[in-house]
Design a protein around this ligand. Sequence first.
Ligand code: C2E
Ligand code: CA
Ligand code: CA
Ligand code: CA
Length: 279
Amino acid sequence: AKKRGRGSLSFFSAEMDQLAQERLMLEGALRLAIQSGQLHLQYQPQVALESGELYGVEALARWTHPVLGTISPARFIPLAEECGLIADLGLWAIREACRQLSAWRAKGLAVPAISVNLSPTSFHNLALPQMVADTLRLHRLDAKDLTLELTENILLDTNPYTMKTISALSEQGIRLSMDDFGTGYSSLSYLRRLPVSELKLDQSFVADLEQDPAARALSNAILGIGQSLRLTVVAEGVETDGQTRILRAQGYPVAQGYLFSRPLSPQDMETWMTSALPT
Ligand code: C2E
Ligand code: CA
Ligand code: CA
Ligand code: CA
């Protein structure tokens, strides 16, 4: 057993070595990507179900590596978190999204608001509210033009600054949105303590709406929670007419998903707005 143990140990560490090396390589590449403009944002429309009008757009990060090609956020966001780059990435996303919103408006495109995803770590920075305010001022935007999406795991975060930062952002008039609602930290009492103005029904509920009565019951209950707290509830991951019919019947005000549009480049967003929206 001892002999085998040794053998598998060295095999195992060679494999670990390769993983560690790959990670180190990706880390360096990501650091460079943030500095050199390899990262960009795509934008996915959020549609008001009753009027068909645009409610807002969500900015989603993309990394196109010159050799490795497109690397999905499912891969590079955790990497950015592990190697201490996530706060930089969050600031970059806020600045880039605000710049884009302002550029669209300068062209006469009526984009009502923009949402940016932030990891819990971004809220450790007490200077974030001021940086956001400076960015908004630079681009002549209002606080209500920007929504910051956070996830329920922000509540597992014990950093002493998190709540201060969130309160300051909210007092500035920045809207906060609880992403992937219903999948994370399960106590609802935090909804009283966090100044959110929007909930996003997680796409796993939406995916099962047509087959699963329990998913329908939960989406209905989540809408009820949102409405009773005067929050806007956005259904995400909407792919079919059947799902839309159910959500509309339940009273969902806003939906987002491939049925309306995939995440788009700024240019494709302009085209989508002029062709897919009611005039
Ligand atoms: P998320 O914030 O929950 O974003 C929704 C994800 O679902 C996006 O994947 C979007 O492209 C995808 N999606 C949209 N509509 C549909 C649909 O109808 N069906 C299906 N199956 N999927 C749909 P994406 O862009 O790959 O992003 C994955 C996750 O990475 C995001 O989940 C978010 O948690 C994270 N992420 C993306 N950009 C950023 C960023 O700038 N900062 C941070 N911290 N996280 C980001
Ligand atoms: Ca999101
Ligand atoms: Ca989500
Ligand atoms: Ca998600």
